[in-house]
Write a new protein. Sequence first.
Length: 195
Amino acid sequence: MAVVEMSRSARTIGFVATVSAALPLCLVGCAAAPSASVQAAELRAAVDSDLLEVPATRVYDVSGTRLLAPGDNPVLESLLDERVTSAGYLVLNDGVITEARYEVNAEGLPRAEFVLTEPTALRRANSEVGTVTVTGTLSVNGSVRNGTSVRLTPTALSEDAAEFDVTLSVPDNPLIASGELPIDEISAHLVLVAR
């Protein structure tokens, strides 16, 4: 075995170098961990906030329809006087109409059905609940018209019931607007009850 002798100055330099490198590592490793509350942000919601609530889905069924306009058309009034039946539903999820179907039958007139094709928010950002335009498919007597727009104004909205004024512009189409029904727009009041 060979013995290597080191000079005293070389050993001193080696010791100082080892201590210089190890000392900062020891100090960092032994330092106390920082407090988690200092680095984490705390989220709080107001007591009356519904921020963390799961939105409730409500389904409303059509229970009644009343014609609003044209009120000055005696032919239409005589045709619709107590001879209108309606059915359908509306699904409301967190202020958005996600599904809707409305069917109306009036004696002496073709059967009509409207089916929502695009979800629609009842309340726009930074505004009160007002008139919105919904888009869907209108079927009249078997003829289908895609992309039909209907104006919808909520007049009452609660967990138990909903009421809307609905306005539909009658297109210039002989399948929808016949000679018996010379009108440009139909408005009705829909009453819906929660399931």
